[in-house]
Design a protein around this ligand. Structure first.
Ligand code: ARG
Length: 462
């Protein structure tokens, strides 16, 4: 008799409907876990030897068989049969076909429930490291670009209205900070997920004295989980991981939005290499920032995954339910999206120039120096609230007369506030303001340079 595809043919006498086979399978997407599934199985087999449940030579056959299967899968030679449902059963069935009886001992004291919980954790540990490397590379790209523009000015915006003058480097470094939090969040996520559920079985553990610390150590987990019921259903780390990817995407989409605007004719702040632009099938002049638009658009996929995982987890009865199989679709989607966008944005950052001269030539409008003028008055002992009012009035007059603050004559200033003196002009104009930034983390050249030093050192030590 041919080996059964499924391990429960003795229980269910009828063959599954084709429709059900297609519906229940996860092999089409969980096959990417194969290496981790095999690593978990090898650790489990070693442990079974150590507690005397299987013999050494049986374990050797199991391990050799699993490694051959791993090799076949990586070479693309393995035949995946969706009737096997998932990667766990596909590998186990292949092992039994290959080595016979000893293969049937591998699943002792184990369920796909603790197996899949182990596999995703192993996969996620690696994936987090890859994402962290990509984040660091992107941070490095921002730091490098910032290094070119420590002295060049640009307007900052709040509410998309001109706010205060900054150096371009400071703007770029703001993304390094955001990405740093993304990096750290992923590190936290890794710490929390790095515990071994293997040996929790289907839900209640096993009557066999499985040595869970043994498999835990073999797989490099920091500890075992301490409650089998929780272990098979905990997907908190999946939700966290997808959230972390979503926040990466939030930050990338913010950059994308900025740069789409900055590359418009109206702004003309930046130019990205043609390599990352597309044109129009109809309008011959077009140079479109499609890559950035796609980064912005793909953010939707990550947020969708986050909503999906939260909804999948909500109000499931304890403990494992098949709903949980869907977790991987969204975990993979979020990871793939973040990965691809981190790579794309890094390439764009590496290939973008700021039109520093054009930006500086247009810094006059928008009263970027108004806040600095109010602070000048504070230095002359005017209470800030009063100073704010005075400058507001002066700005309104300037606007009516289409002049800048620097054009106002001293006599005119004095009508508004007697404390204003000749030295006021040293506080006006974007360049003077930026030079005067004195607080830690301010958007001036000196602070940007300090940050660049810090980041160069930090990133090189990773
Ligand atoms: N493919 C399943 C999943 O990803 C494996 C666990 C199935 N367990 C079960 N008791 N049916 O969740």
């Amino acid at each position: 008799m041919a080996e059964p595809k499924k391990s429960w043919e003795h229980r269910l006498k009828e063959n599954p409907d084709e429709l059900a086979i297609d519906f229940v399978e996860s092999l089409s997407y969980d096959k990417r876990l194969y290496k981790y599934d095999i690593a978990g199985s090898i650790a489990h087999a070693n442990m079974l030897v150590s507690i005397g449940v299987i013999k050494k030579d049986e374990c050797k056959l199991i391990k050799d068989g699993l490694l051959e299967i791993s090799h076949e899968i990586s070479e693309g030679k393995f035949k995946f049969d969706k009737a096997c449902e998932d990667i766990h059963m596909a590998i186990e069935a292949a092992l039994i076909r290959r080595i016979g009886e000893p293969g049937k001992k591998l699943h002792t004291g184990r369920s796909r429930n603790d197996q899949v919980a182990t596999d995703i954790r192993l996969w996620m540990r690696d994936e987090i490291e890859i994402l962290q490397v990509k984040i660091s590379l992107l941070q490095g790209a921002f730091v490098k670009l910032a290094g070119k523009y420590t002295e060049n000015l640009m307007p900052s915006y709040t509410h998309m209205q001109r706010a205060q003058p900054i150096v371009i480097a400071a703007y770029l470094l703001s993304f390094v900070e955001q990405l740093q939090r993304d990096w750290a969040r992923l590190a936290n996520c890794r710490t929390l997920l790095n515990v071994s559920p293997l040996g929790s079985g289907a839900v209640a553990g096993s009557t066999l004295a499985l040595d869970r610390k043994n498999t835990c150590e073999q797989l490099g987990f920091a500890d075992i989980t301490y409650n089998s019921i929780d272990s098979v259903s905990d997907r908190d780390f999946c939700a966290e991981f997808i959230f972390d990817c979503s926040l990466v995407m939030t930050h990338l989409s913010k950059l994308a939005e900025d740069w789409i605007i900055y590359s418009s004719n109206e702004f003309g702040f930046i130019k990205t290499s043609d390599k990352y632009c597309t044109s129009s099938s109809m309008m011959p002049q077009k140079r479109n920032p499609d890559m950035l638009e796609l980064v912005r658009g793909k953010t939707g996929a990550a947020y969708g995954a986050l909503m999906a995982i939260m909804t999948i987890l909500k109000a499931q009865p304890s403990t494992y339910n098949r709903d949980l199989q869907e977790d991987k679709i969204h975990v993979f989607k979020a990871a793939d999206t973040a990965r691809a966008c981190l790579d794309m944005v890094k390439a764009i950052v590496d290939n973008t120039k700021f039109n520093a001269k054009h930006i500086e030539a247009n810094l006059d409008g928008g009263f970027l120096d108004a806040t600095a003028l109010a602070e000048y008055l504070v230095k002359k002992s005017v209470p800030f609230r009063t100073a704010h009012g005075i400058v507001g009035t002066v700005v309104a007059d300037c606007e009516a007369n289409a002049v800048k603050l620097g054009d106002v004559e001293l006599g005119e200033f004095k009508k508004h506030c007697a404390s204003i003196e000749e030295d006021v002009y040293l506080s006006l104009g974007a360049a003077n303001v930026v030079k005067a930034y004195a607080s830690a983390g301010a958007a001036g050249s000196a602070q940007a340079q300090e940050q660049i030093c810090y980041w160069k050192k930090t990133l090189s030590e990773r």
